[in-house]
Ligand binder design. Structure first.
Ligand SMILES: Nc1nc2c(c(=O)[nH]1)N[C@H]1C(S)=C(S)[C@@H](COP(=O)(O)OP(=O)(O)OC[C@H]3O[C@@H](n4cnc5c(=O)[nH]c(N)nc54)[C@H](O)[C@@H]3O)O[C@H]1N2
Ligand SMILES: Nc1nc2c(c(=O)[nH]1)N[C@H]1C(S)=C(S)[C@@H](COP(=O)(O)OP(=O)(O)OC[C@H]3O[C@@H](n4cnc5c(=O)[nH]c(N)nc54)[C@H](O)[C@@H]3O)O[C@H]1N2
Ligand code: SF4
Ligand SMILES: [Mo]
Length: 741
């Protein structure tokens, strides 16, 4: 029997089932006993909200008008987020797989089994035969714990986290250019101060809906937008200049923008001379990227490139933002560096309205990449390969330096090592690899072959179905802790309700495994706050310095921007306001980058470029949002966006189901015929599992520096189904309804 057992049985028991808010309008007899201030569990905006608690249960929410990021606004995911809390699919007790079936187990039974199997694997194959894979929807306390747990409790070098699939290309570029990785150099409240915004590869209206508040304020002030995206996203539609480039060609485009800026004498010589290193090489590189050369590569008309360059170059204030559209590439780091060159050459960084940032995706995507759950990182954004950094953290942890393992490898490389049998066991928390890793067919085989796989989640995920043990953790409303939003603002998550059934706090589960492994003295934490106190010490003196923060100070100030090195320090909303960067000489670095095509480009067999991404109504692997009826009604299944010209050529009707195939797999999707996409490109949102997982098709090739997979460009083809498929309007994006799962 395959390791997953009877899939239908798992679905019957654990869903996804649809859950809806029983609509009762306004109930006079409602007794809201508490309104708990906290934040949305989803994206990196981390909008403020109150959870409404009635008789110990979370029965609704209200947006917080007093939180400066959202000021009373929430998007469709945010307003329905509370429906996760008492969802009928919540995991209520530990599960152990016996003969392909999950059976209920006690905590003692489950944890003892985990510890016995971990010990057995390490005794036979060495410490590094176990891996930990974590995530950034966790509070910072938990992300810190996962890095420490891997190194100190298991003694393995193999730990990584799902930000590896997200913004690590930007993180690597930030480190190279600025010597520090804070997604946004400026607070978002600077956006309305910018005359021009250049937004590349970010579908803000759908993926950071509340950011629109700032975008429209900027617009009301007379601001202009330049949008770089192969699709006419809702934001592109509202913009002033849309550079609708071929996926994977951002380096050519950004180099050409800088080319024009140089030609027109719009660079900032003083800034370059006083605050940067490496301009000459960049100048001679971009000299070759004329608008005509770039037009050829990108498919964007040369005049538009010139117009955009003038708009950005002539503006007194301007900000550049990007997201996964430029980062999910085998040249993702170079893409980000090319935009950073533009920012540095014009000196548009640091001051109010002169800024730069990647828009971090996950709720705690920023905090999750600061305190050591990354393969090569120690707390405070220190490097595990730096002897001084190792010494500092070993002193806090009370271990000897020889005990601290060396750097590990990225998650995709960990999976390769699992496939080769070098890694035999996996503990995963807060991720769903069967939906989110590239090349699902290979991921599935890898999970099936693992000797031992433990998952901690609060819903049964498509990946957890392959686990030997599933441990029920708690949802975000059930624990306290901090997250750091996309601006670098550390905020406080509060507890509204008790965990359901026998579910336990993630940190308790992890500490308990450590204790049973005989490493309890390194994990004496009785609460999330105890962990936060250790983070203060461990981050002290690092780039991401939290030492001067307390939970109370964070709440009193609507969050605190790091670094905050001392108790009387107010935090640092503008990271580079004084134009001092984090390299030893205080200067930022230019990097000359050349255009290289994506690893896979269209050919006769696979003539289209497939790019993947998101829709407003679903979140990441969908394990949380595919259970909420309102969201599923709005967007029940994935689809493939096809330009009318391409559809005509292939004889495809709107809504018809078609097969999309790549070198790695295939899936059947309804066609959404739309003029908003380039004729050479197709788009599939990725929030669903097999058989409609976009990642059945994607290319697992990695950026050589950041090790991010190329989710945004692979070669694909579309085939009509034999016998002609009927249009299925139920699958359309909006206004559709579907029967219960
Ligand atoms: N509703 C919703 N919101 C979310 C999430 C979610 O799942 N759902 N996830 C959160 C997370 S973790 C993240 S990382 C963010 C992601 O936020 P975004 O990065 O905005 O989302 P994506 O849809 O992945 O990609 C953005 C855009 O990149 C474009 N693109 C594709 N290829 C290229 C290219 O080569 N160059 C350029 N310039 N653009 C390209 C796509 O057309 C798409 O419009 O969203 C966060 N917010
Ligand atoms: N093709 C394609 N693939 C992509 C992308 C793309 O654009 N295209 N985007 C990539 C990006 S940017 C990202 S960020 C990844 C995300 O990929 P994943 O991280 O794998 O997806 P999530 O849905 O966030 O998985 C989180 C899981 O943890 C659970 N969870 C949430 N909060 C908690 C918690 O506090 N504790 C515990 N124990 N569990 C929790 C949820 O129920 C869910 O099962 O996907 C990547 N994959
Ligand atoms: S914008 Fe992001 S944080 Fe705000 S409500 Fe929507 S999903 Fe939640
Ligand atoms: Mo992400």
């Amino acid at each position: 029997m395959s390791k997953i057992g009877d899939l239908q049985e798992v679905v019957r028991e654990f869903g996804p089932h649809l859950h809806d808010a029983p609509y009762d309008g306004w109930r006079a007899d409602r007794e809201i006993e508490r309104m708990v201030p906290t934040h949305c569990p989803y994206c990196g905006m981390q909008c403020g909200l109150y959870l409404l608690v009635e008789r110990g249960r979370v029965v609704g929410l209200e947006p917080r008008y007093d939180f400066p990021v959202n000021e009373g606004r929430l998007c469709p995911k945010g307003v329905t987020a509370y429906l996760q809390v008492h969802h009928p699919d919540r995991l209520l007790h530990p599960l152990i797989k016996r003969d392909g079936k999950f059976v209920r187990a006690s905590w003692d039974e489950a944890l003892d089994l985990v510890v016995a199997r971990f010990r057995e694997i390490q005794a036979k194959h060495g410490k590094d035969a176990l891996a930990v894979y974590s995530g950034s929807s966790l509070t910072t306390e938990k992300t810190y714990l996962m890095g420490k747990f891997a190194r100190v409790a298991l003694g393995t070098r193999y730990v990584d986290y799902n930000g590896r699939l997200c913004m690590v290309s930007a993180a690597a570029a930030n480190l190279k250019a600025f010597g520090v990785d804070r997604g946004s150099a400026n607070p978002w409240s600077d956006i309305p101060l910018a005359e021009v915004l250049l937004i590349a590869g970010a579908n803000c209206a759908e993926t950071f809906p509340i950011l629109n508040k700032f975008l429209w304020q900027q617009r009301d002030n007379g601001g202009r937008w330049i949008i770089v995206d192969p699709r006419q996203t809702p934001t592109a539609r509202q913009g002033d200049v849309h550079l609708q480039l071929r996926p994977g060609t951002d380096v050519a485009l950004a180099n050409a923008l800088l080319h024009v800026i140089v030609e027109e004498g719009l660079i900032d010589h003083d800034f370059i001379a006083n605050h940067t290193v490496g301009w000459d090489e960049v100048r001679s590189t971009v000299a070759r990227y004329t608008p005509q050369v770039a037009a050829e590569i990108t498919g964007v008309p040369a005049e538009r490139i010139v117009a955009a360059a003038r708009l950005y170059g002539r503006a007194r204030t301007a900000m550049v933002f990007h997201a996964r559209g430029i980062e999910h590439h085998s040249h993702g780091v170079n893409n980000a560096l090319a935009y950073i060159n533009l920012v540095l050459a014009t000196g548009k960084i640091g001051a109010p309205g002169r800024g730069y940032g990647t828009i971090t995706g996950q709720g705690n995507g920023q905090g999750g990449r600061e305190h050591g759950q990354k393969a090569d990182q120690l707390p405070g954004q220190r490097s595990i390969s730096n002897p001084e950094h190792r010494r500092a953290i070993c002193a806090v942890w009370g271990i000897s330096e020889e005990e601290l393992p060396p750097a590990g490898v990225s998650v995709v490389e960990m999976f390769e090592r699992m496939r080769r049998g070098e890694i035999r066991g996996l503990l995963s928390i807060c991720n769903n690899v069967m939906v989110s890793l590239p090349d699902t067919n290979t991921v599935r085989r890898t999970l099936e072959e693992l000797d031992f796989y433990v998952c901690i989640d609060f819903f049964m995920s498509e990946s957890a179905r392959y686990a030997d043990v599933v441990l029920p953790g708690t949802a975000w409303s059930e624990d306290e802790g901090v997250t750091t939003n996309g601006e670098g603002r550390v905020i406080k998550i509060n507890r509204a309700n008790d965990p359901p059934g026998e579910a336990r706090h993630d940190w308790w589960i992890v500490c308990e495994i450590a204790r049973r492994l005989g490493r309890g003295k390194y994990f004496p934490f009785q609460s999330s706050r105890d962990i936060f106190e250790e983070i203060r010490l461990a981050s002290r003196g690092g780039n991401a310095d939290y030492y001067g923060m307390t939970w109370e100070k964070i709440e009193q100030n609507d969050g605190i921007f790091w670094p905050c090195p001392t108790p009387d320090h107010p935090g640092t909303p503008r990271l580079f306001e004084d134009h001092i960067f984090y390299h030893p000489d205080g200067r930022a670095r230019f990097h000359a980058v050349e255009y290289e095509p994506p690893a896979e480009t269209p050919d006769e067999e696979f003539p289209l470029i497939l790019t993947t991404g998101r829709v407003v109504y679903q979140y990441l692997s969908g394990n949380q949002t595919r259970r909420i009826k309102f969201l599923v009604d709005q967007c029940p299944e994935p689809y493939v966006e096809i330009h009318p010209e391409t559809a005509r050529r292939l004889g495809i009707q709107d809504g018809e189901r078609v097969r999309v195939r790549s070198r790695r797999g295939e899936g059947i999707f309804p066609a959404l015929i739309t003029e908003t996409i380039r004729p050479d490109t197709i788009f599939i949102p990725y929030h669903w599992p097999e058989p409609q997982a976009a990642n059945l098709l994607t290319n697992p090739v990695l950026d050589p520096v950041s090790k991010i997979p190329e989710f945004k460009a692979c070669a694909a083809r579309i085939e009509r189904l034999k016998g002609g498929a009927l249009p299925l309007y139920g699958a359309r994006r909006k206004g559709a309804s579907q029967s219960e799962a």
